[in-house]
Design a protein around this ligand. Sequence first.
Ligand code: HPA
Length: 275
Amino acid sequence: MPDTNPLDDPAADPFAIATAAAADIARLTGVERHDIALTLGSGWGRAAELVGETIATIAATDVTGFSAPALEGHVGTLRSVLTPRGKRVLVIGARTHFYEGHGPRRVVHSVRTAAASGARTMVLTNGAGGINPHWKPGQPVLISDHINLTGASPLEGATFIDLTDLYTMRLRDLARTIDPSLDEGVYCQFRGPQYETPAEVQMAKTIGGHIVGMSTALEAIAARQAGMEVLGFSLITNMAAGIQTTPLSHQEVIEAGREAEPVISDLLARVIGAL
Ligand code: HPA
């Protein structure tokens, strides 16, 4: 399948493409505006059903600028969900990862589209490796901050954006009203797609990281640029390389996600219900 995407034209305005995408979503779902956007990472998929009533499910590839899913286990759909309290949630099951090599514009297009469709809150979830030895695979943790190790940015030109309190304390505190046992940590985004070496994990630990993964940081930056409030959750699918003594495998990550899914999806749905 030829992969042409309007975002790949350097002269194109990514915000105009996001506005066009938001118009596609409004037309295809029949829902004009959304209040909250939720990106589902590995293990978090079932939350979509628990958040509320699905009003419409559409293929991401029918929306301007979205790419076909690169990975089995990644759904490739967008859903419009209505919560019991009447909030409209855009559930993004179509994440483009930086490791796919299409550049930051495509990675953050779903975030910019959510902002263009009205969302003021961006909830980002992922499956990730844990550095904190007190954590166990299957445990969800809040993201308190991030370290962007990709060397890339979704910001173009001299766009100076403040990232203080990026994963806002307000939303982390709100999540802890639902589950007071939620711990938190600093997420390090590596480029991937290889998992980290044990030495890279030690570097991440030394510079203040607690979680390693391959998503989220670039999306959070774009969300802040768009004026959204960000809430981030990582499911610890495995202990990071060298913290666990056995080799990492994608299969292990998928299985940990599958096992934890009912519990963490329920948690996520309750947090979103409280937003
Ligand atoms: N590292 C990076 N990404 C991941 C990991 C990890 O250990 N586990 C799940 N996604």
